[in-house]
Design a protein around this ligand. Structure first.
Ligand code: BGC
Length: 451
């Protein structure tokens, strides 16, 4: 069967990870600017001040996207670049940058997909309590309105949030991401509720300001993969996929807590039983705002774990010794892109776009000046075959975006992990297309027939 004829092949990036120009042209501080200043937070002590300097190299980067042949480029807008204090005055120079990028993309036949929020939260708002402030959904609504009005004449595809699991879980509870807090679930569950309201308000604003636009929402998940093909193991994996772990704090990494309210209009019963006590008393009244119709269910998905039916519910099966893992230490299980989309489609029944999938490898520039990243090609090939299988079996997969266009600032890992199709030399800012860039180009050209 193969992928549909207008399948959205793309690649993705995020503002803080690639833009640089952290203190230029009136941009306000973000929590990531602040977090990187704290000693010991980033593995190599680096920050996103310059990173790929995409802010000044965007024209060159658009040419790389064009030559890659993809139809779609997903990037995020930096909230404090366009509204330095998060609310109030708009920074025209920030708007100008994204206008120039969008125009360049369109002039080169590439469809822009804007992610409103990929984690670089305005510091000024964090100082007011951030997402725990009851006004925070209104702040996000205003930001969404500014973006919609500035770019909505040309941009028709929007994604509200990237991985709320990460900025709430890793950022506000686990101390791993900015702002680096260790808040208890009694607070973060309320915060998450505000994030969900913010999503709903943003969808309403986008629909009002950009009639006909397409809207997605991009949480992430680790796939739960049945250990065998027996119906019992498949059921066990599905049950685990939409549940949380044993420890209370694992609710934040769950898939269903973040997606059921948005798509089904209610929190999942199994998790509600455990953490519902932390929700605001009258939380149900907000479900109407949270549950706005969206066009795509987007998903960032990289790794999976094996589950079988156990005595007391789903039981994780440990990987055998020597099981493949990627450079960053994530399990390399291609079936992730089969079972993940399959379970998600069954539950949410919305067209799926894989908005991120990719791999970090120990890439080096070889003596011939090229980057021979055969491990990345192998990973992408295997994962895409599984996605194709899901698609062939009826899962409505509409698109796939490789994470990521170019090596970049990998959050708490600094520059120690490389996920890009383009190798970036951070001293010279030279970009070198890796072997995987040329391989993916052929996949795109053949609409996946090459696989
Ligand atoms: C994030 C990206 C990140 C990638 C690899 C995703 O969780 O959205 O920003 O670089 O994973 O870690």
């Amino acid at each position: 069967m193969g992928f549909c004829k207008d399948f959205i092949w793309g690649t993705a990036s995020a503002s803080y990870q690639i833009e640089g120009a952290a203190y230029e042209d009136g941009k306000g501080r973000s929590v990531w600017d602040d977090f990187c200043l704290q000693p010991g937070k980033i593995k190599d002590g680096c920050n996103g001040d310059v990173t790929c300097d995409h802010y000044h190299h965007y024209k060159e980067d658009v040419q790389y996207i064009k030559k890659l042949g993809v139809k779609a480029y997903r990037f995020s807008v930096s909230w404090p670049r366009v509204i330095p204090n998060g609310i109030g005055k708009v920074n025209q120079k920030g708007i100008d940058f994204y206008n120039a990028l969008i125009d360049e993309l369109l002039a080169n036949g590439i469809e822009p997909y804007i992610t409103l929020f990929h984690w670089d939260y305005p510091s000024t708002l964090m100082e007011k309590g951030g997402w725990s402030n009851q006004d925070s959904p209104k702040w996000f609504e205003y930001y969404a309105e500014v973006v919609a009005r500035a770019f909505g004449d040309r941009v028709k595809n929007f994604i509200t949030f990237n991985e709320p699991q990460a900025f709430v879980g890793a950022g506000l509870a686990e101390e791993l991401h900015a702002p680096g807090y260790a808040l208890p679930s009694s607070i973060t569950v309320k915060i998450a509720h505000n994030v969900l309201i913010s999503h709903g308000l943003a969808v309403k604003v986008l629909r009002r300001e950009v009639p006909g636009c397409k809207i997605g929402y991009a949480p992430c998940s680790d796939a739960a993969i049945p250990y065998t093909d027996s119906p019992e193991d498949i059921e066990a994996a599905k049950e685990r996929f939409f549940d949380m772990g044993k420890e209370e704090k694992t609710w934040a990494t769950s898939c269903s807590w973040w997606s059921d309210p948005v798509i089904l209009g209610k929190y999942p019963e199994n998790i509600l039983k455990r953490i519902g006590k932390y929700l605001p008393e009258d939380y149900e009244k907000d479900m109407e705002i949270i549950c706005q119709p969206i066009d795509y269910y987007c998903q960032n998905i990289y790794k999976g774990f094996l589950y079988k039916k156990g005595e007391n519910g789903p039981e994780q099966v440990p990987f055998p010794a020597g099981f493949p893992h990627t450079a960053i230490g994530w399990s390399n299980v291609p079936e992730t892109l089969y079972w993940g989309p399959k379970f998600l489609y069954e539950r949410y029944n919305l067209p799926i776009i894989i908005t991120e999938n990719g791999v970090s490898c120990r890439d080096v520039v070889s003596l011939d000046g090229k980057v021979h990243d055969s491990a990345r090609i192998d990973y992408l090939h295997r994962y895409l075959l599984q996605l194709k299988k899901a698609n062939d079996e009826g899962v409505d997969v509409r698109g796939y975006m490789v994470w990521t266009l170019m090596d970049n600032f990998e959050w708490q890992e600094g520059f120690t992990e490389r996920f890009g199709l383009l190798y970036v030399n951070y001293q010279t800012l030279e970009r070198i297309p890796k072997d995987s860039y040329y391989w993916y180009k052929e996949v795109v050209e053949t609409n996946g027939e090459l696989l």
